[in-house]
Design a protein around this ligand. Structure first.
Ligand code: 0X9
Ligand code: ZN
Length: 302
């Protein structure tokens, strides 16, 4: 059974998604959009009442294996929206939601079994006579791939892969978004940690033409989060606020014309870091949902 008092294994997360599809067949469906390197499903859950006028939002989590609060938060969103769909606001019901809680299932399972602080996926790469495992999926997307803040060394934590979309996980996400009938107006990717709300560009110190809007909406989201749970999020461009890092999924989404592309770095600010105690799951997820409601309201205004 799914709870938000523990972190769950992939099997539980997938079981929970299938359960919702079975329980709410009119609004919830689950599809595998591909397989990870080790053959695990990349399961996307869709929530929609099928109105043709709906906008579409894509939300993912777990690109980085060790950031456990991310899949936990995304599954909280799924639960909240699916279980209470009829009572939800028009803002929420007028969106076709697509959730991929675990983009990197091989890495995620590896952090449960072998190495709690693993970041990358689990596909090996040869490096001279050595072999190293894993590509940083958030350096493998095909927008300005290969630039600053990424490495060509397979043994690096920020290894970009040998070409854009060399990894089955990043490729599946991009193919799904590109070929989907849904017209996405927002792409949210949940990471940890630091409490940041980041908009493009990540590849270098530059901002898109609509950065003022992205900044304003980001600040409104941050205000809602703080009002609900008290956590303070800093808002800014990825490169400006954090560091330049190319090949990120957010930059790629923005490059595809998805207006509201954000990376959300969830709690905390460093005391526990990636190894966030389970008592944080509910408060973090709850305040994050408040932020998501602000985005949903914004989409209605547009
Ligand atoms: O470095 C990353 O991939 C993200 N931070 S994390 O600590 N979760 O690894 C930030 C990514 C921001 N977006 C881009 N640089 N495109
Ligand atoms: Zn991350």
């Amino acid at each position: 059974r799914m709870t938000w008092k523990q972190y769950h294994r992939l099997e539980d997360i997938h079981g929970f998604m299938d359960y919702l599809a079975k329980t709410y067949p009119k609004i919830v469906s689950v599809n595998s959009i591909g397989k990870s390197y080790e053959g695990r499903d990349l399961k996307v859950l869709r929530i929609s009442d099928g109105k043709p006028s709906n906008k579409a939002v894509f939300i993912d989590g777990g690109i980085h294996a060790r950031e456990w609060i991310s899949p936990a938060t995304v599954t909280y969103f799924i639960n909240q929206i699916a279980e209470n769909f009829d009572e939800e606001s028009d803002d929420i019901r007028d969106i076709d939601w697509y959730f991929l809680p675990v983009v990197n299932p091989d890495g995620y399972e590896y952090t449960h079994i072998k190495d709690r602080l693993w970041r990358k996926n689990r596909k090996p790469a040869v490096y001279g006579v050595r072999q190293c495992v894993g590509t940083d999926l958030n350096r493998n997307f095909g927008y300005r791939w290969g630039g600053k803040g990424s490495s060509s060394n397979p043994c690096s934590e920020i290894y970009r892969g040998n070409r854009a979309f060399s990894e089955p996980e990043s490729r599946a996400v991009s193919e799904f978004i590109k070929t989907s009938a849904a017209n996405f107006s927002a792409y949210l990717t949940y990471h940890s940690y630091g409490q940041y709300l980041l908009y493009p560009w990540g590849y270098d110190n530059a901002v898109p033409p609509d950065h003022k809007e992205l900044d304003l909406v980001g600040k409104n989201i941050a205000a809602a989060i703080q009002a609900t749970g008290g956590s303070k999020y800093s808002v800014g461009s990825s490169s400006g606020l954090l560091y330049p890092a190319s090949g990120g999924s957010d930059d790629w989404a923005k490059g595809q014309g998805i207006k509201y592309a954000y990376t959300i770095e969830l709690s905390d600010t460093g005391r526990h870091g990636f190894v966030l105690p389970t008592t944080f799951i509910e408060p973090v997820a709850r305040e994050s949902l408040s932020g998501l409601r602000v985005l949903a309201a914004q989409l209605r205004k547009n």
